[in-house]
Design a protein around this ligand. Structure first.
Ligand SMILES: [Zn+2]
Length: 337
């Protein structure tokens, strides 16, 4: 079931290029279809589907970074110019059904944050597939006490997505410090958005967004204040690879996820970044993630990026897709057998 639609999808999209290794693709997906090895997607957004904004989307295949001039509408980071875009779900029910069906078929467990009502619905429908995460990016969202209560009641296991960058803030700003202290005390892993925010984000919807607030080095102060906090850098600080590598070299508990940039940049660029992280020796600290919003097929095509990375060994692929997340989130590997 898995192999055929996946290969068809790649063929339709004209993806069996020199970068991809068709034999590798066939054999690894063949293997997966047989064994259904578990996968953990650490970066899913629980969103209410707004049909007016739920556009189909072309991932990396044909992507460029289009620009425009003032007075003209900014080009959306959602590229729709390709023959076979990923279909956006048109309703909450359709999204949930497709997402949970994928999770079963591809054996995916995912960490999701966002709309509490959606999250509770998903968790109820698939308790073993969903790990709820509580996102906070500003102290105006909730008090520290309410935050601690929410993390203590057992529903939320993770803190994230923390994304002060969209408001022009640094993750080390003291306004978030008490929340990080709670996560450290409760041994809750924390996901912080650093780096990419989508092409033209400052023009589109977040005028306060600052590229400079995604610099990985901005995490140094908060890490120093909370030496026991486990953090993963969402989007791997893309494209600031040198700072990312230096930060990970200095801080042994820092991991990264591949979410967002794994589908929203040209494919050569994605592989260059991932390869560099692995080459620098951090293959055990890279987590698979998608930044999935409303396109259920996105998980499968993102898995394809890793499966087709000719520079990764099979063991390294399993680390990225599963083993590293089990270690980082302190999950019980037996539960996935
Ligand atoms: Zn993000």
């Amino acid at each position: 079931m898995l192999q055929k639609p996946t290969l068809n999808f790649y063929r339709k999209a004209g993806l069996l290029s020199a970068l991809l290794i068709p034999m590798g693709l066939a054999s690894s997906f063949g293997q997966q279809a047989k064994k259904h090895l578990p996968i953990i997607d650490v970066h899913v957004h629980a969103m209410k589907v707004n049909p007016a904004f739920a556009a189909d989307m072309c991932p990396w295949f044909l992507s460029s970074m289009p620009g425009t001039i003032p007075g003209q509408p900014a080009p959306s980071f959602i590229n729709t110019d390709c023959a076979h875009p990923l279909k956006a779900a048109k309703s909450d029910a359709e999204f949930q059904e497709a997402l949970l069906a994928n999770a079963e078929r591809l054996n995916i467990t995912f960490i999701a944050s966002g709309d509490a009502e959606v999250l509770h619905r998903w968790k109820k429908a698939a308790p073993d597939r969903v790990i709820p995460s509580l996102g906070i990016s500003s102290s105006e969202q909730m008090t520290v006490e309410a935050f601690e209560d929410s993390l203590s009641n057992g529903f939320y296991k993770v803190m994230g997505e923390v994304a002060p960058q969209y408001q022009g803030g640094s993750p080390s700003d003291m306004s978030l410090d008490a929340y990080f202290a709670v996560a450290e005390k409760l041994d809750i892993p924390v996901g912080i958005h650093m780096g990419t925010g989508g092409n033209g984000m400052a023009n589109l919807s977040s005028p306060k967004y600052r590229a400079s607030m995604g610099r990985p080095f901005l995490l140094e102060d908060v890490l120093a204040r909370h030496p026991k906090m486990k953090i993963w850098v969402m989007h791997a600080g893309y494209p600031m690879i040198d700072e990312m590598i230096a930060l990970m070299g200095a801080n042994a508990y820092v991991y990264v996820d591949l979410a967002g940039f794994i589908w929203s940049y040209p494919l050569d660029e994605i592989h260059m970044y991932l390869n560099r992280l692995v080459q620098a020796g951090f293959g055990k600290r890279i987590l698979y993630g998608t930044d999935l919003m409303v396109w259920p097929e996105l998980q499968e095509v993102s898995i394809g990026v890793i499966e087709n990375a000719s520079y990764l060994s099979e063991d390294q692929k399993r680390d990225i897709l599963f083993n590293n997340a089990v270690r980082f989130f302190n999950l019980d590997p037996k539960k996935f057998e």
